[in-house]
Design a protein around this ligand. Structure first.
Ligand SMILES: C[S@@+](CC[C@H](N)C(=O)[O-])C[C@H]1O[C@@H](n2cnc3c(N)ncnc32)[C@H](O)[C@@H]1O
Ligand code: SF4
Length: 464
C-alpha cells in the first residue's frame, strides 16, 4: 500500500499532532493478540491445546515455533518481559532440559509430519545459556519439527552476554536473523536503567554478527526512558542510522510499576512526559524514514530490500506474538515458561514461573494455564484488527456474516470522528489509515474490541 496520496507526517505541524495526542491520550491494548490477554481465562485446560496440536500433522502447513528462555545475567530496570535473573549454570542448563522435554512431547504428537516455517528464540536472554546448551536445544527442535524449505530462524540477544561461540552455534544451525536489545546509547540513560553498552561495542557486535553470516540485523530501541532528552535521543538515532541495521524496533517505554516491582527503582521525575515521548517517536519516525527506511506498522522500520518492507508495500504484512512477519497465517506453537501458542481458533499460554513450569513438565504434564477459544465473532474482529495494525486498512473481513457485518459497521461509524482529524480517509468499503493515523492505530482498533468496555479495571500502557 502506498502513502503517495497522503500528506507525509513530516509536513504536518508538530503542534497539530500534539493537540491530537492530547485529545486521544488514553490507555489501551497493544493488540499483539485479539482478544487481548486480559480477556483470556486463567483456568484454561490443556485439552483444547492438545487437540490443536494433534490437528497440525494433517494440515500440511508449516508452523511458527517460539522458544522462551527466561534467564538473564542482570536486571535491566525497564524490563517488562517474563525474565528471571540467575547465574547458576546448573539451574539454567537444567531448565533448558525441561524445555527440550516439552518439545519432544510435541514431537511425539507430530511424528515428523509438522515442519517449521519460522523458528524464533526469545526470553529472557536465549544467549545467557551456554553455546553448546543452546545448540542442543535447537537441535531438539530441528529433529522433532524439521525446517520447511526456506524456513526463517531468528533470535533475540543481549549483546553483552553473546559470544562468538554463541553466534557460531546459531549460524551453524541456520539462524540468519538476530535482534539486538540496545534501547539507548546515552551513557546517563543507560546508567539509569542499568544497561550499559557503548557505541563501539555495538558496532563491533554488529560486525561480528555479519562475519558469522547473519544477514538480518535488528536493533531494539525504547523511547520514554528516564533521563532521555530530545538531544540525547537524536544523538542515539544518528549513531544507530550510521550502523544501518536492516530493521529497527522503536518501542514506547511501558512503565507499570504497580505490576512490575523492579521498575519502581526508576524515578518518575526522570521520565519524559507525554509530549516529550511523542516528540521522540516523531523524531525517530522522521529520522529513519529520511534515512531511507520503510515504516512498518507503528513502531518498526526496515530497509527497502527487507522482506518486511516488501510485504508492507504489497499489503501482505502480518503479525503475531513474535512480531511482524511476511508469512501470513502461520499457526504458532510456543515452548517454555510463559510461551504462548496461537492455533487456528485458540490462544494457550504456559505457566509463567520457571519452577512451576519445571514441576509440571517433570510430572509428565502440559503447563497450559491460561487461554481463550475464539468465537466466530472473535475471529472476524481479529482479522479486521490485524489488517488495521499491519496494512493500515480498515475493511470488513472476508466472509463476515450478516449480523457480524452489522456490528462491525456500527463500530466503523464510530471512526467518523477520526476522519475529521485526518487520521483516516474513506476508501472502497472501509477506510484507509493516513500517515498521521499510523500514530494512533491502537486508538483506531479500540472501537472494534468488543471486550474493552468491560475492562475498566485493567491497566494498559499509553496508546502513543
Ligand atoms: C524481552 S527483551 C529480550 C531480549 C534480550 N533479553 C535483551 O534485553 O536484549 C526484548 C525487547 O523488549 C523491549 N522491552 C522490554 N521491556 C520493555 C518495556 N517495559 N517497555 C517497552 N519495551 C520493552 C526491549 O526493547 C527489549 O529489547
Ligand atoms: S531487557 Fe532483556 S536482558 Fe534485560 S532483564 Fe529484560 S529480558 Fe533480561
Amino acid at each position: 500500500m502506498s502513502d503517495r496520496t497522503f500528506t507525509p507526517l513530516n509536513q504536518i505541524p508538530y503542534e497539530q499532532i500534539v493537540q491530537l495526542v492530547e485529545k486521544f491520550d488514553v490507555r489501551g491494548p497493544r493488540y499483539t493478540s485479539y482478544p487481548t490477554a486480559p480477556v483470556w481465562s486463567n483456568e484454561f485446560p490443556a485439552a483444547p491445546y492438545l487437540e490443536g496440536l494433534e490437528a497440525l500433522p494433517d494440515k500440511g502447513r508449516p508452523i511458527a515455533v517460539y522458544l522462551h528462555l527466561p534467564y538473564c545475567q542482570k536486571r535491566c530496570l525497564y524490563c517488562g518481559c517474563n525474565s528471571f535473573i540467575s547465574n547458576d549454570r546448573e539451574k539454567i542448563a537444567g531448565h533448558a532440559g525441561y524445555i527440550a522435554q516439552e518439545i519432544r512431547r510435541a514431537g511425539n504428537i507430530f511424528k515428523g509430519q509438522v515442519e517449521h516455517g519460522w523458528l524464533h528464540l526469545g526470553g529472557g536472554t536465549p544467549t545467557h545459556n551456554a553455546p553448546d546448551e543452546l545448540g542442543r536445544l535447537i537441535d531438539t527442535v530441528l529433529e522433532e519439527i524439521p525446517g520447511a524449505v526456506g524456513a526463517e530462524r531468528s533470535v533475540e540477544v543481549d549483546p553483552r552476554v553473546t559470544s562468538d561461540a554463541h553466534l557460531k552455534s546459531l549460524a551453524d544451525r541456520g539462524f540468519r536473523r538476530i535482534s539486538i536489545g540496545l534501547q539507548d546509547l546515552d551513557p546517563a540513560v543507560q546508567k539509569a536503567v542499568q544497561r550499559e553498552f557503548s557505541y563501539d561495542e555495538l558496532k563491533s557486535f554488529i560486525d561480528r554478527c555479519h562475519s558469522h553470516g547473519f544477514t538480518g540485523v535488528n536493533v531494539d530501541l525504547i523511547y520514554g526512558l528516564p533521563l532521555q532528552t530530545s538531544d540525547t535521543w537524536k544523538h542515539t538515532l544518528e549513531q544507530i542510522a550510521q550502523l544501518r541495521p536492516d530493521r529497527l524496533a522503536v518501542f514506547g517505554y511501558a512503565h507499570l510499576p504497580a505490576k512490575i516491582k523492579h521498575q519502581r527503582a526508576i524515578k518518575e521525575i526522570d521520565l519524559p512526559g507525554p509530549k516529550q515521548r511523542l516528540s521522540m517517536l516523531l523524531t525517530a519516525f522522521h529520522h529513519f524514514t529520511d534515512s531511507g527506511y520503510v515504516s512498518i506498522g507503528m513502531d518498526h522500520f526496515a530497509v527497502p530490500e527487507d522482506k518486511l518492507a516488501m510485504a508492507r508495500n504489497e499489503g501482505t504484512l502480518w503479525r503475531n506474538f513474535m512480531g511482524y512477519t511476511s508469512i501470513r497465517g502461520l499457526e504458532m506453537v510456543g515452548f517454555g515458561a510463559s510461551a504462548i501458542s496461537e492455533l487456528d481458533a485458540l490462544f494457550a499460554q504456559n505457566l509463567p514461573l520457571p519452577q512451576q513450569y519445571e514441576e509440571k513438565i517433570g510430572q509428565g504434564g502440559w503447563t497450559t494455564f491460561r487461554g481463550h477459544k475464539l468465537t466466530e465473532d472473535d475471529i472476524q474482529r481479529k482479522a479486521l484488527i490485524n489488517e488495521l495494525m499491519c496494512n493500515l486498512r480498515i475493511r470488513m473481513p472476508e466472509g463476515a456474516t450478516l449480523d457480524k457485518a452489522v456490528d462491525l459497521h456500527v463500530a466503523m461509524q464510530k471512526l467518523e470522528a477520526f476522519e475529521e482529524d485526518g487520521l483516516i480517509v474513506p476508501a472502497d468499503e472501509g477506510w484507509d489509515i493516513t500517515p498521521l493515523g499510523q500514530l494512533f492505530v491502537r486508538n483506531l482498533a479500540m472501537p472494534f474490541d468488543q471486550y474493552l468496555p468491560d475492562q475498566q479495571n485493567v491497566t494498559f500502557s499509553r496508546t502513543v
